[in-house]
Design a protein. Structure first.
Length: 381
C-alpha cells in the first residue's frame, strides 16, 4: 500500500513539474506603471455592488504579524511567501457561478467570472484581469525558469503567473492560486462593498478670494457634482454675509466642492484651484482684502491634509510662484452654506461688472488651460 501511495505522490509531482515546464514560455512582463508611493488607480466595488471606473485607492501595507492575523496559514504562504498550492486542490477551481474574484488579502476585485476558463492545469485560469490597473506584473526567475509573476497591486499579494497559451481574445492565461482569491457572487456584491473604496461622492472645502469666483471655476469641471458657496473657519452665529464682510469672524468665503473621484481626482482639483487664484498674497485676492478672502484648504481628514501638503510642497519645489505660498491648511469644523442669492452667482449674473472683470477671466483661463477637464458641452463648437 505504501508503494502505491509513493508512486501516486511521485506521479502528482511529475504532473506539476510537467505543467511548469510546459508553461515556462511566458509573456514578457509589462513595465510597472501602476505603482506609486501610497496609492494605485484601479477599479473597486461600490456600496451598491457596481464596479467603478478606475479610481485612486490607498495601498494596504501591514506588518508580517498583522498579515498573519488577517490570513489563514495557507493564504499567508501563497500571498506573502509566494507559495504555490497543489494542483487540483483549490476550492475555486471548478466554481462556475457568476460573480467577481477578489484578492483574499485586501478585497480588490481582480477577475470577472466571464473571463474564467478550464485550462486543465489544475489551477483557476482567466484570460484577462478585471482592469489593467487591477493587476501588477513582475519578472520571476525562480526554479530555473523565466516567468511573469502576477500580484495584487494594492497589497502586493502573490497570485500566480501569466502565460501566452490562453484563449482569445487575449491569448493569455492567468494561472492563479485558488487560495489567493475570494469569490463574491453577483447576488452578494451589494453586501461586499470594498472597505478601501472611496465613496462615489467626495467633498473638499476650498477658499481663494471671493466665493463667486471659486464656485464659477469649478462648476464647469467634469466630475464636479456641486459647488456651493458658503463660510468656513468661524462659528455658526457669524456665518452670514454681513458679519463675514467685517473680516473679524474667522470665516473665509469658501466653496464646498462635491465631486466624483472616478472622474476628477483631488490632485486635479488642487491643481485647478492653485492655477486660478494667487496663493502668495496674505488675506487678499486682488482688490478683495481681509481674512475672509484668505487662501485656505479646509481638510476633513488626514488624507486631504496630506494631499494638500504634498501639492503645496510640489509647487514650492518647482518654484511655480515668485513668492512663498501662504495658503493655510485648516481642519474643517463645519461648512455653512451662504445665502441663496450667492449660489450660482456667475451663471445667474454674467453681466455683473465684478463678474465680467474678475470671475470670467478665471473661468476662461480654466477652459483654455484645462480643456480636457471641462464639461464637453462647454468646449464643443
Amino acid at each position: 500500500m505504501r508503494v502505491i501511495q509513493t508512486l501516486t505522490a511521485l506521479s502528482c509531482l511529475a504532473l506539476v513539474v510537467a505543467i511548469f515546464a510546459f508553461s515556462s514560455e511566458t509573456k514578457p512582463p509589462k513595465e510597472k506603471t501602476n505603482m506609486s508611493s501610497d496609492k494605485i488607480k484601479a477599479k473597486t466595488i461600490t456600496p451598491d455592488g457596481r464596479l467603478t471606473e478606475p479610481v485612486e485607492t490607498a495601498k494596504v501595507e501591514l506588518s508580517e504579524k498583522e498579515w498573519k492575523e488577517r490570513l489563514s496559514p495557507d493564504e499567508f504562504d501563497v500571498l506573502r511567501e509566494k507559495g504555490t498550492e497543489r494542483a487540483f486542490t483549490g476550492d475555486l477551481l471548478k466554481n462556475k457561478e457568476e460573480g467577481v474574484y477578489t484578492c483574499a488579502g485586501c478585497g480588490l476585485p481582480l477577475f470577472s467570472s466571464d473571463t474564467k476558463f478550464d485550462s486543465g492545469t489544475g489551477w483557476p485560469s482567466y484570460y484577462q484581469p478585471i482592469s489593467p490597473g487591477n493587476m501588477e506584473e513582475e519578472s520571476d526567475h525562480s526554479y530555473g525558469m523565466v516567468r511573469t509573476e502576477v500580484m495584487c497591486p494594492r497589497c502586493g499579494g502573490h497570485l500566480g503567473h501569466v502565460f501566452n497559451d490562453g484563449p482569445q481574445p487575449t491569448g493569455l492565461r492567468y494561472c492563479i492560486n485558488s487560495v489567493s482569491l475570494d469569490f463574491v457572487p453577483d447576488t452578494e456584491l451589494k453586501k461586499t462593498s470594498d472597505a478601501a473604496t472611496p465613496s462615489e461622492k467626495a467633498e473638499i472645502v476650498l477658499a481663494g478670494g471671493c466665493f463667486w469666483c471659486v464656485e464659477g471655476v469649478f462648476e464647469q469641471i467634469d466630475g464636479i457634482l456641486d459647488a456651493e458657496s458658503g463660510y468656513a473657519g468661524g462659528d455658526e452665529a457669524t456665518a452670514n454675509y454681513k458679519a463675514v464682510c467685517t473680516g473679524t469672524t474667522g470665516h473665509a468665503e469658501a466653496v464646498k466642492i462635491t465631486y466624483d473621484p472616478s472622474k476628477v481626482s483631488l490632485d486635479k482639483i488642487l491643481e485647478i484651484h492653485f492655477a486660478t487664484h494667487d496663493p502668495t498674497t496674505l488675506n487678499r485676492q486682488g482688490n478683495d482684502v481681509g481674512t475672509q478672502y484668505r487662501s485656505a484648504i479646509f481638510y476633513a481628514n488626514d488624507e486631504q491634509k496630506k494631499a494638500a501638503e504634498e501639492y503645496i510642497a510640489h509647487l514650492t519645489e518647482e518654484k511655480k510662484f515668485p513668492k512663498p505660498i501662504v495658503t493655510t491648511l485648516e481642519p474643517l469644523k463645519k461648512f455653512y452654506p451662504a445665502e441663496d442669492y450667492h449660489q450660482d452667482y456667475v451663471a445667474c449674473n454674467p453681466n455683473n461688472p465684478y463678474i465680467q472683470a474678475v470671475a470670467m477671466p478665471k473661468v476662461e483661463k480654466v477652459r483654455a488651460k484645462f480643456q480636457e477637464s471641462v464639461r464637453q458641452y462647454l468646449t464643443t463648437p
